[in-house]
Design a protein around this ligand. Structure first.
Ligand code: GLN
Length: 485
């Protein structure tokens, strides 16, 4: 069902359904199918039932907002008071945060019903959710395929409708790529418009919380509910108070097509589907303009240098003293820390800490970290320049359709290629919506991105919704998954 939030919210307000009944129906779908999907890693059904009762009171008092009583799933790196938050890492096993992330607090105040925390790559490092210490979630459209990553559990939960919508985090593409893989919508907003307070840090200058949903309208409803300046996050920024979505006049829109996003590393089937989507805008009267972003080829390397540098610093706090697990050891404190970090972090996280420490080390900082920051600044400026001549950019969300699970057997450098299309928007901090634009011959989803200039979140969402309505694409769940639901 597209546009789930508005539909469910209307049923609740018209008393055709109670918040408790709605929550129970989601709980029973989730309990039946999660063993197969592995989308939830911590379920909190007892708390959900209480939250549903509280939501019903709000509805009865006429104090409901569109999200009141609607069941949601939250990525396991977003702090939820009283509910485990482990980043799917052994090092945080057993950690129950004493406070909530601002984004989740805002939803909770609206009467949202939290069903549980979703599977992800350990500390959000990856593109297939396979670095999770709980094992990977599967793609509900085809159980042998990846749900993407790092917010793979959040995407799988929405695709299988065991959560009406979810929150994920996007550092280099982790909301947009899993959304593309599961045939749903994912939105990375302008950097800073959603508070990072309570989002466990991976690479702070990129990290953004974003909604995953079954339609662009749903993503916009969630975004409007959680955005805004927060004094607990000094990088957060305020945004206009008007709702994000509007009816765009497509005839006055210039759609930029950045040619590098259609280069060799991108699968033919992906290019064909995205080009067909661009034609839809053209037929509707939009002006199509070829543009070029020569720094595209440098973006991935620069992103990995900067994100690993920030990760090596952010993850320094997991020392066996303050959070989570502590390894048994009979040596001194340094030995305890080394053993805790060796046992507690998985291979990919350790690799990135070492890479980050290396690129920041005295002799190499100028050669790697500073140059990468230079690339980032130039890329942001080039994008700004492009947006002087067009309103939005349309490009693939990922270079491939969903790939098979088992990618941990690929080299790290190969795995990082999955991010080539999403990293540019992350580098520049601009908004980007990922939405299904077509399918492969085997019926798997292809996602495209609609990007806009900083603070033009509403424009990106509105132009994306226009396509969604005109193209009306939907996918069938795999037979195995349907049987469990
Ligand atoms: N795949 C990218 C990485 O591993 C992006 C992850 C993310 O956005 N959290 O860094």
């Amino acid at each position: 069902m597209k546009g789930r939030i508005a539909t469910l919210s209307r049923l609740l307000r018209e008393r055709k359904l109670s918040a408790v009944e709605l929550t129970e129906s989601y709980i029973s779908r989730a309990s039946r199918s999660n063993r197969l999907l592995n989308a939830y890693v911590h379920e909190c059904f007892a708390q959900a039932r209480l939250a549903a009762e509280r939501a019903q009171k709000l509805i009865d008092q006429g104090a409901a907002s569109p999200l009141t009583g609607i069941p949601v799933a939250v990525k396991d790196n977003i702090c939820t008071r009283g509910v485990p938050t482990t980043c799917c890492s052994r090092i945080l096993q057993g950690y129950v945060p004493p406070y909530s992330a601002e984004a989740w607090s805002k939803l909770e105040r609206c009467g949202a019903v939290l069903l549980g925390k979703t599977n992800m790559d350990e500390f959000a490092m990856g593109s297939s959710s396979e670095t999770s210490c709980f094992g990977a979630p599967i793609n509900p459209l085809n159980t042998s395929l990846s749900a993407g990553g790092s917010s793979g559990g959040s995407a799988a939960a929405v695709a299988a409708d065991i959560a009406a919508y979810s929150l994920g985090s996007d550092t280099g593409g982790s909301v947009r790529q899993p959304a593309a893989f599961c045939g749903i919508v994912g939105f990375r907003p302008t950097y800073g418009t959603i508070s990072r307070s309570g989002l466990v840090a991976y690479a702070s200058s990129f990290d953004q919380i974003g909604p995953l949903a079954s339609s662009v309208e749903d993503a916009a409803i969630v975004y409007d509910a959680i955005r805004g300046r927060d004094c607990a996050d000094m990088t957060s920024v305020s945004s206009a108070s008007a709702p994000s979505l509007f009816e765009p006049d497509i005839k006055s829109i210039t759609v930029g097509v950045p040619k590098e996003f259609f280069s060799d590393g991108v699968e033919e089937e992906v290019k064909v589907a995205v080009e067909a989507a661009i034609c839809l805008y053209e037929r509707a009267g939009a002006r199509i303009k070829q543009v070029s972003l020569p720094l595209f080829s440098k973006a991935l390397a620069a992103y990995y240098i900067i994100s690993c540098a920030e990760a090596s610093s952010n993850l320094g706090r997991y020392d066996g003293v303050r959070y989570g697990m502590r390894a048994d050891c009979d040596g001194g404190v340094a030995d305890m820390m080394a053993k805790t970090r060796t046992k507690g972090f998985g291979k990919e996280v350790r690799r990135r800490i070492m890479l980050g420490t290396f690129v920041l080390s005295g002799g190499y900082k100028g050669q790697y970290y500073k140059r990468a920051c230079g690339v980032r600044a130039m890329l942001s400026a080039a994008l700004e320049d492009i947006f002087n001549g067009c309103d939005v950019l349309v490009a693939p969300a990922a270079p491939t359709a969903p790939f098979a699970l088992g990618t941990e057997r690929r080299s790290a450098a190969e795995a990082y290629q999955a991010d080539i299309c999403t990293v540019p928007a992350s580098m520049a901090g601009i908004p980007a919506v990922s939405l299904p634009c077509g399918m492969t011959k085997s019926g798997m989803p292809v996602g495209m991105q609609v990007m806009a200039g900083r603070h033009n979140d509403g424009l990106a969402l509105s132009v994306a919704r226009y396509f969604e309505r005109e193209a009306d694409i939907s996918f069938r769940l795999s037979a195995e998954v349907s049987r469990e639901l």
